[in-house]
Design a protein around this ligand. Sequence first.
Ligand code: SME
Length: 165
Amino acid sequence: MHDRHKLTLDAIRAAIDSEPNSQRAMESTVQLLARHLTDYTWTGIYLLEGNELCLGPFVGKPSPHTRIPLGRGICGAAAAEKATIIVDDVNADPRYLACSIETRSEIVVPIMAGDDVLGELDIDSDKVAAFGADDRELLEAVAALLAPKIAKPEDRRAAALPLES
Ligand code: SME
């Protein structure tokens, strides 16, 4: 990973480790991602409730997609496949659900507990092909840090919460 990504991971690890409250751990995570990595135009967390992904804390413009059924959009596809999806050009991907006209690329990383999807990290960029191996490595590490914090169902009641970076 590049230094910028390593520093971001260190900062998020420190924030998550020192935060017993799951909601605040998620809030700090999306804020630190947005603050450290300037290509990350929109950073958010969706939590799986039944068969729907429900928007939790996010930094960026409000999204019309506060509830996404499994299998719909890039978000629903990543949750259904239980795998990270990187889309270099969202306008060329028929699965894409638009959140902002400026968005050009997206990465979605499931937050897993064993074989169960708890939620996911969703990051958009206004740059084409903004996300590469470093971003995947960083965000998969962040998802692994968050998973134990939100493992209990009572820690995953999503309420769309817009935050300043
Ligand atoms: N683009 C996502 C929807 C969520 S917004 O980007 C915040 C998708 O295609 O699933």
